[in-house]
Design a protein around this ligand. Structure first.
Ligand SMILES: [Zn+2]
Length: 436
């Protein structure tokens, strides 16, 4: 049944695509004529729909420092005021992730990782990053990108959106994780990157910033992309490839703009002071993550505890500690660590999911169910649906409940896809009447 639905959605996607084809319009930023895949209403709706799931998938909000988020929003809004479509519902958030990255959803929803902020030297460089992302939204780059076009043509986005509107209450957030690959890793073409740099520099200059910061920013990126840290930066550089050509282009753009503008070194230093102070704690946490990957749980535990001793209010550190303890079969201690992580940041899906899985392992099914459902509300994952399906099955509620959970797990996508397909096919004949 499911495979059939996907096919139907695909056909629908193609039909809609064909209807949209030929709808030529003028790009609001460049003034060039181009093919418009989707309307502005679609951009705004898509951005709103995927925003929170994308934030969850990208590490969750950086809640420890609301002042920093306010600062980033303020700088972002300053440059967005000069966008060609300044009426878009722009928003800016800081994500709790050490990877240097930034992204924009259609309709102007923009995120910057904590790990990128620590690589910047002044407010004007931050303005350059945010203005660049503003242009990606303003000039409809991702709505125009071939990858999105292909996905729409394949009906995948439509399938996800339609499933999201189906019976399951969790589905409003189907989006984020299912489409995680789509926006976080949208690869813009060279010409889009140059365009985002060019117009971004115009917006930042109009906002009062020294456009020279876009040159120094690009130089930093080129240097980092050539350094040993390349792997660490690969996400950012895959979606926004740095190059000497961009440095040169930005230099020429800066020379063509009105001289002056501020760098804002002082304001940036004070806004990011707490973040920089916490950096050693995040470094210890990164090492704890590496130790976990190497199954060196004792070391992971000490590193997580070192991070906690430096910053006890960071929920991610307690979660890491919980993972290490759980791998060492210190289940009750792991549970306490997850409790702490959840109480410090109740709006991040990951510790809820881990606590739910641990409770499932301990056969506390009702409590597991509550956590798993709460995690799904924030970000749907294959594993949460699989365990909810197993709990339903165990209670004898195969049709429609377990079947529906397994179907959601299949849609969320992941390692168990083939296994789930077999399961769904096996259950299909029993469940079909009820599942409709
Ligand atoms: Zn870019």
């Amino acid at each position: 049944m499911h495979a059939l639905s996907i096919k139907t959605f695909r056909a629908l996607g193609l039909a809609i695509l064909l209807l949209t084809l030929g709808a030529c319009s003028v790009n609001p930023v460049t003034g060039k004529k181009e093919l418009a895949w989707m309307s502005e209403a679609w951009e705004v709706q898509t951005g709103r729909q995927y925003y929170s799931g994308q934030q969850q998938a990208g590490g969750g909000n950086y809640t420890l420092d609301p002042e920093l988020t306010r600062y980033v929003k303020q700088v972002g809004n300053k440059v967005a005021q000069h966008a060609a479509r300044k009426h878009l519902p722009y928003d800016f958030v800081v994500l709790n992730d050490s990877t240097p990255n930034a992204w924009a959803l259609p309709g102007g929803k923009i995120a910057v990782n904590r790990g990128l902020l620590t690589e910047l030297n002044n407010e004007a460089e931050l303005a350059a990053v945010l203005a660049h992302e503003v242009v990606h939204a303003d000039a409809r780059h991702s709505a125009q990108s071939q990858e999105v076009g292909t996905l729409i043509a394949g009906g995948q986005m439509l399938a996800t959106v339609m499933v999201a509107n189906s019976d399951s209450n969790s589905a409003a957030l189907q989006q984020g994780v299912a489409l995680g690959a789509l926006y976080g890793q949208t690869r813009y073409s060279r010409s889009r990157e140059l365009e985002a740099d060019l117009y971004g520099m115009q917006y930042m200059r109009k906002a009062g910033y020294d456009p020279q910061a876009a040159v120094s920013l690009q130089e930093t990126f080129v240097r980092l992309s050539e350094s040993r840290q390349q792997d660490f930066f690969s996400t950012l550089f895959a979606s926004h490839p740095p190059s000497m050509a961009r440095v040169e282009a930005n230099r020429a753009t800066a020379a063509s703009l009105a001289p002056g503008g501020v760098l804002g070194e002082q304001s940036f230093a004070s806004a990011t002071a707490a973040l920089r102070r916490r950096q050693p704690a995040y470094n210890a946490a990164s090492e704890a993550g590496e130790a976990l990957a190497k199954k060196d749980y004792q070391n992971a535990l000490s590193l997580a505890e070192r991070a906690i001793s430096m910053e006890p209010r960071e929920g991610r550190f307690h979660e890491l500690r919980g993972i290490a303890l759980s791998r060492m079969n210190r289940t009750q201690d792991a549970m306490s660590a997850y409790n702490r992580a959840i109480s410090l940041d109740p709006n991040y899906f990951s510790p809820l999911l881990r606590r739910g899985l641990l409770k499932h392992q301990l056969n506390s099914f009702s409590e597991a169910e509550r956590d798993l459902k709460a995690s799904i509300k924030l970000a749907p994952t294959e594993i949460a649906y699989v365990k909810l399906g197993a709990i339903s099955e165990q209670r004898g509620n195969v049709c429609p409940q377990a079947f529906n959970y397994y179907r959601e797990a299949f849609v969320a996508g992941g390692q168990r896809n083939a296994e789930l397909q077999n399961k769904l096919v096996a259950l299909q004949s029993n469940c079909q009447p009820q599942a409709r």
